[in-house]
Each structure stands twice: as C-alpha cells, then as structure tokens.
Write a protein that binds this ligand. Structure first.
Ligand code: SF4
Length: 374
C-alpha cells in the first residue's frame, strides 16, 4: 500500500459511512448470537482443534479428502500448488466463449479467476449482489463476506444501471438483479464456487449463504467447478456444519437462509480443485491464521479498518488480512498500520492472536527478511 492510498482512504467518506452502517447492523446481532447460543463457543473450540490437526499433516488430509470424492462418478479431482496451476486447470475445463456464473469466493479473488476467465474470452458474472456491484465498479471486495458495504443505495443503483437494473430502493434493486441473474443462470455453461468447509470423510462441500444464488450457480449449469483451498478441509460432516453455523453467527446473519451440501449428482459434471497457494509453506508463527473461518468480524470491529477499509492488503484487508497476506507471500508495509489495540483477538471466534502475528510480520519487515527466510 502506498502512502497516498492511505490518505485517499481517509478522505473517502463512503468507506467510513458504509462500515459504520454495517457495524451498527451487525455488532449487536453478533453479541446477541453469542449470548443466546452458548454452544457457539464449544463449536469454535472443536473447529479450531480440528483445523490444527489437519494442517499438522496437510499432505495426508489432502490425500484423504481427494480420495473421498475421487471415487464418485461424474467427478474429476485436481490438485493445484498455486494460482497459476489452478487457473490452467480451470481454463482446460472451461475453454472459451462460455457463460460462467460464479458464487462469491475469496479463494477465487486470491487467484484472480474472474479477470483471467474474461481475458481468455468468456462472459463471467458474479451472482452475489454485493460482489456484482464490486465487479461492475471494477474493484476488490471491501469485506470478506459483505463486499460492497462501502456503497450507498444510490451509488449501487448507478452501478447496476450498467446491466439494465432499474429502481432506487434496496428492494427494487434486488428484484432487478434477480431478474437479470435468472437469465444468466438459465444460459450458463459453467458454475463456479469456493468452499466454506470440505468433509474429508464424505467428500461433501459445505457452502453457507443468504441469497440463494450459490445453489443456483452450483446446480443449474452442466459443469460445476469447486475450488477448495486446503485450509477448508475438516475431518467430518459434523465439523463442517459447525463451521458454517459459526461463520454465519459471527457475521450476525444467524440462522443463515441456506446451507448447501454439494456432491456429484446425475446430469452434471463436477470438478473439484484442491488449492494450496502458500498454506503448506506458511511459517510457524502464521499457522494460527489458517484456523480463520473468514467471518470478517475482526475487520468490522477494527478501528483502523473502520477508517481505511480493505485498502490495506492485496486480497484480504484488516487484521485477518495481515496474516493472510503473509500466507500468500504478499505482506508489505501495511502491517505497520495496525494500532495493536487487540480488539481483533478479543472478537475473533477462533481467538487468533493477530497482534502477535502482526508484531512478527513487522519484525520481518524491519529485518528485511522475506517469509521463506523466517
Ligand atoms: S481472524 Fe477471526 S474474526 Fe477475523 S475473519 Fe478470521 S475467524 Fe473471523
């Protein structure tokens, strides 16, 4: 991040207004969820322990996960070491001149999949309302789960005019996008999603959502591609279910409208790509970040994120973005932006010690080391 970007973000009132609006909507909802559903803390402990176990031996668990789905008919399984390999596999499956509907997925942001598929001659549509707004604005998501929080209704309406959506209120815009998207769902050749949790036992993909667009993206097209970053592997269906419940509860949207459990079905070709992208090579001090369930609570609650938004970090912003940028080998001087107040650790369901991680990243920057030398 450059210094001028920080000043630009500070002067951008719509970032602050949007994040404050989201904080007002979600802060109390999350607090109430924690108070009301006491089992959430137990779920978090179980998921964290399972994730630590999985990445103590990623190779074995990835092999187990791949085998569990490989045996199914109508399913092809791949492994990609990095974004380049993943894009190559997707390009071979998709080809060109196709219509692709895509569910919101941060791992696809990591590997810049939408831009790549467009470059090789495909029509690609984000199907999540917020992500579509971000696509039309040609920006990256502001928040891991709420990508367009910095846009007011009026600004969103202006962007959605580009695809012929009329109206001004949230309800009118949602209705317009629904109609626009239905056409794309019906015409789409390929659907693409990420994965919130993957059960190594049964080979099932768990995805949580509130709009219903993920189930249409992953079931209607003849070809369905799921990109599973290896930190999403969990030993059982039960743990996967606990994780998606936690993610929804800590975003303040619990109970979620839909939990999708995807597996190969008749009439559709399914392709599952397991992706490493730096996870296996993460240095010891960054391992705890891999237990992150990407609920985005640390972003909303962070006093610096509330001013600058996601402008710190290439893909992931805010406190969690520091650790994830480190894992992706993309950390820069933005790690000095944190005030180290500790709010991120306090609100994180997985109790990840982000101030400790940020201090380690700073030490590295000062020493001029790169991650491989730590
Ligand atoms: S670091 Fe914690 S609070 Fe932040 S997104 Fe990950 S799990 Fe959520």
């Amino acid at each position: 991040m450059r210094e001028e970007d920080i000043y630009k973000a500070i002067k951008n009132r719509s970032i602050r207004a949007g994040i404050l609006r989201t904080w007002e909507n979600l802060h109390n909802a999350v607090e109430q969820n924690i108070e009301r559903y006491r089992f959430l803390k137990e779920y978090a402990k179980d998921v964290k322990m399972a994730k630590l176990e999985v990445f103590s031996d990623y190779d074995r668990w990835t092999e187990k996960a791949m085998k569990s789905i490989e045996s199914r008919n109508k399913c092809s399984v791949y492994y990609a070491e990095d974004g380049k390999e993943a894009r190559k596999i997707v390009a071979e499956i998709v080809g060109r001149d196709k219509i692709i509907v895509k569910a919101k997925s941060m791992v696809s942001e990591e590997i810049q999949l939408r831009e790549f598929l467009q470059e090789i001659g495909n029509e690609v549509w984000e199907t999540d309302l917020g992500e579509l707004i971000v696509q039309l604005a040609n920006e990256k998501p502001m928040h891991v789960l709420a990508p367009a929080i910095h846009y007011s209704e009026r600004q969103a309406a202006e962007l959605l005019r580009k695809v012929g959506v009329k109206g001004y209120t949230a309800a009118e815009l949602a209705e317009g996008v629904r109609k626009f998207m239905r056409q794309k769902f019906l015409l789409a050749d390929v659907g693409i999603s990420g994965c919130n949790a993957f059960s190594a036992k049964t080979g099932r993909i768990f995805l949580v959502e509130n709009e219903g667009n993920i189930r249409l993206s992953t079931t209607l097209p003849k070809d369905y591609i799921a990109i599973v970053s290896i930190d999403k592997i969990l030993p059982s269906d039960e743990l996967c279910l606990k994780l998606v419940i936690l993610q929804a509860a800590f975003l303040g949207t619990f109970p979620p409208a839909y939990i999708n459990v995807n597996e190969p079905v008749e009439g559709q070709r399914m392709h599952v790509i397991f992706l490493n992208n730096g996870r296996k090579q993460a240095p010891e001090f960054l391992k705890e970040q891999l237990t992150c369930i990407k609920c985005g609570r640390c972003q909303i609650e962070c006093p610096i994120f509330q001013i600058t938004g996601s402008l710190w970090g290439n893909v992931y912003g805010g406190p969690m973005g520091m650790g994830w940028s480190g894992i992706l080998g993309e950390i820069g001087y933005e790690c000095f932006l944190s005030s180290l107040c500790g709010k991120c650790k306090e609100v994180c369901p997985m109790e990840i010690d982000m101030p400790r991680i940020i201090r380690e990243l700073r030490k590295m920057m000062v020493r001029g080391n790169n991650l491989g030398e730590v």
